[in-house]
Each structure stands twice: as structure tokens, then as C-alpha cells.
Design a protein around this ligand. Structure first.
Ligand SMILES: *Cc1c(COP(=O)(O)O)cnc(C)c1O
Length: 403
């Protein structure tokens, strides 16, 4: 029978406790989301600065729509590249001290495009083990030999570098890691790249809009020159609150991508109105009021969690994971929190390494201090209630975990 594996694979996921389902958000207002008629405080969004609902950003979308229409109408090399796209590229390039910038419909597409264009024939990619799936997928699909170094382990990175044979080496890491919320030692990455004549690439999806004096991510935070970090990828769907992504680098790199990156060439450009809105959101990012609020919220969360004896990871970012260790327990905790009006997604294998299933709390500038206090109280109560249940049914739950 054709594709009979589909049912079997789904049943396997169910049995292992890793089966996934989508949750439909009916509406959202002031950081509260409505799902199936219930309301929850949202601790599961990457909208770190609360810009998705910012009045100025919404107004910019509307003005962009009036000027350019709903969509771009074509791929960028045909007639889809507008003055709005060009302005966003130019503003970003100048802010990041790069020659040029290229816009993509998503970070996923940008990572794929980069790997496939740079490694159409051969080369070596040496990537942090915790790099995002979009990069790993792109690297795997490219002609490069992909090696992965243990998370933030620069000795291992050096060891892997010494095994490379081509003269085209790309070292890849993230500004802020999406599941752990921690950051690499960027100086060590730069030194490794210099010592091995490799290029350093940073995926700044969770750093762009958040870190650095102007909120422009790793380049801003560590003052990285184009030579030190020849490729940076950032996204607009997280802290910036719109959608899309960019790659910044030299004139030659961007020109090469325009000519060879199939994800760019054969895909409709994102709506110009999105570029107008993104440009406005960027001006708010650099002004910094929302970033200041976010960082105050992160500090408050960590201080209160420490006070209450909750175990946190070494993250100073908006991503604050609470590792639970088993997929069933992570899902049970998330459900218990939902009962208390708190929406905190569980992240399970294969999104995170086996045995590190967790709650992934994301904080935002739109949270009030009392929201964060409610989260801490909820975590403590949910933990107690799960532990009490676990005494009776832990064995069962681990053997027959379902959603
Ligand atoms: C979200 C994310 C991406 C993908 O970006 P999209 O614009 O959502 O496709 C890439 N890398 C990392 C680290 C991410 O967290």
C-alpha cells in the first residue's frame, strides 16, 4: 500500500508521548490569548517587545497597503522588488555596518538559501549542535560536509575544524539559542574563524531586536565587523513583530545570493507593506523603550524564581526554560498551568534533546509585573500538584505517555 508508513509513524509518535497538535488562537488582546473560549496569559510568544499590536506598526502596515497593495505581485527579480524593500535593506545595512542586505520571506528560507548557494558543490559546515532545524536542514541538503560541535564547546569546534579538507569553511552558531536562551562566547567563535580562515555565520533570530545597545543583535552587542562575521541572518517574526528575514554581508555575498539563491529567485517577494511596517518597528527597537521593559521583566522573573528555588538555566534572554526531563511530565505541567490561566508551551524531543523536555517560558515587554508573579506562583503550584500525582502514577505515565 502506498505510504502506509503514515499511520504507523503517527501511532508511534502517540505512543512515545511526542505527538503534536496545533492550538488555534481565537484572538489576542493585551497579552491575553483566547483558546476554545478560555483566556490565558501568554508566555509562549516570540513577540518579545509586544510590537505585533503596536499602534504605530499597525498604522505603518495600513499606509504600506495603501501605497503598494496587498502583495508584491512577483518574485524580486521580476517586478516584486519595491522601494519599500530597498529602503528596509538600506537602513538595515547601514545600522549593522554591512555593505548590503537581502530580504527573505522567512528565516527558514534564508538559512536554506544560504547553505545551498554557498555550498552548491563542496565545502565544510561546522555548526553548533543546537543550531535551529532550518539551518541544519539547509546544511544537510547542501553539498557541504556538515559537522556539529557540542553546544558552545570551542575545543570540540577546533578539533572538528582540523578535520576539514576544503578551503570553504563556514562556522555557524546563534546569537541567542532558541531552546536554551543562552549565547555563545562570540570572541571565541571569531578567534576560531580567524585562525582557520573560515567564515563565521550567526543566526540572530532571537537576538535581533533584543540585544545590543540599539537592539540590533549580536553585531551590535559585540561590535562585530563584516570581516569578523561575514554572514548574519536575522528575522522579523520574533522581536520585530512582523515577518520575514534578512541576510547581511558584503556586496559580493549579497550579489551572489541574488544570482544563485533559488529560495530568493523563485519565490514571491514578501508584501511591500510588510517592509514598511518592519521599518517602523525597527525604529521602535532602536529607540529602546520596549527593550528596557523586557529586560526589567527578565530580571524580575529570574530574581523571583531564584527566591522560590526554581531551577533556571543560564539564560539572560527572553527565553527562560524550565527543564522537566520527561515529555509526559512537561505536557502535564503545561496542562496544569493552563488550568490556572497561564499558557506555557511544553517543548519535547525532537525539538530539544531527549531527556531535556521542558517548559519554554518566553517573556515579553507586554507582561506586567503581576503577570510574571502569577506565572511564578502558578509554576510552584503546578509543580506541587504534578509531584503529588507522580507519586501514584509516574510509572504508568512514563510507560504509556499520551497527549
Ligand atoms: C525562528 C527561527 C528561524 C526561522 O525563522 P522564520 O522567519 O520563523 O522562518 C531560524 N533560526 C532560528 C534560530 C529561529 O529561532
Amino acid at each position: 500500500m502506498a505510504f502506509e508508513f503514515i499511520d504507523a509513524q503517527l501511532a508511534q509518535r502517540q505512543q512515545d508521548g511526542y505527538y503534536r497538535q496545533r492550538t488555534c488562537i481565537d484572538y489576542e488582546r493585551d497579552g491575553v490569548i483566547a483558546i476554545n473560549g478560555q483566556h490565558y496569559l501568554n508566555f509562549g510568544s516570540n513577540d518579545y517587545l509586544g510590537l505585533r499590536h503596536n499602534q504605530g506598526v499597525l498604522q505603518a502596515w495600513v499606509e504600506g497597503l495603501a501605497q503598494f497593495g496587498g502583495g508584491s505581485g512577483a518574485s524580486p527579480l521580476v517586478t516584486g522588488y519595491s522601494a519599500a524593500h530597498r529602503e528596509l535593506e538600506q537602513v538595515l545595512a547601514e545600522a549593522l555596518n554591512r555593505d548590503a542586505v537581502l530580504l527573505f520571506s522567512s528565516g527558514f528560507a534564508a538559512n536554506q538559501a544560504l547553505c545551498q548557494a554557498l555550498f552548491a558543490e563542496q565545502g565544510d559546515i561546522i555548526a553548533d549542535k543546537y543550531m535551529h532545524a532550518s539551518f541544519i536542514e539547509g546544511a544537510t541538503a547542501s553539498a557541504a560536509r556538515l559537522r556539529r560541535f557540542a553546544h558552545n564547546d570551542y575545543t570540540h569546534l577546533s578539533a572538528l575544524l582540523s578535520k576539514t579538507t576544503s578551503s570553504h569553511r563556514l562556522i555557524a552558531s546563534e546569537g541567542v539559542f532558541s531552546m536554551d536562551g543562552d549565547s555563545p562566547d562570540v570572541a571565541k567563535l571569531v578567534a576560531s574563524a580567524e585562525a582557520s580562515d573560515s567564515w563565521l555565520m550567526l543566526d540572530d533570530a532571537h537576538a535581533f531586536g533584543v540585544t545590543g545597545e540599539y537592539g540590533l543583535g549580536s553585531i551590535d552587542a559585540y561590535q562585530l565587523s563584516q570581516q569578523q562575521c561575514p554572514v548574519v541572518m536575522g528575522t522579523f517574526g520574533k522581536a520585530v513583530g512582523t515577518a520575514g528575514a534578512f541576510i547581511a554581508g558584503s556586496h559580493a555575498l549579497i550579489d551572489y545570493l541574488v544570482n544563485y539563491a533559488r529560495h530568493y529567485i523563485y519565490s514571491t517577494a514578501f508584501p511591500p507593506a510588510q517592509a514598511v511596517a518592519t521599518l517602523h518597528a525597527l525604529s521602535l527597537v532602536t529607540q529602546g523603550a520596549e527593550r528596557e521593559q523586557l529586560h526589567a521583566n527578565i530580571a524580575h522573573f529570574r530574581a523571583r524564581a531564584n527566591q522560590e528555588g526554581l531551577t533556571l538555566m543560564a539564560s539572560q534572554s527572553a527565553i527562560q526554560p524550565v527543564v522537566v526531563g520527561s515529555p509526559t511530565r512537561a505536557v502535564a505541567l503545561s496542562a496544569e498551568l493552563a488550568n490556572r490561566g497561564l499558557w506555557v508551551p511544553a517543548m519535547r524531543h525532537p525539538t530539544v534533546p531527549k531527556g531535556t523536555d521542558r517548559l519554554r517560558i518566553t517573556l515579553s515587554a507586554s507582561h506586567a509585573t503581576r503577570d510574571i508573579d502569577a506565572l511564578i506562583d502558578g509554576l510552584l503550584l503546578a509543580q506541587d500538584s504534578i509531584l503529588a500525582n507522580a507519586d501514584h502514577s509516574e510509572h504508568d505515565a512514563d510507560d504509556h505517555g499520551t497527549d
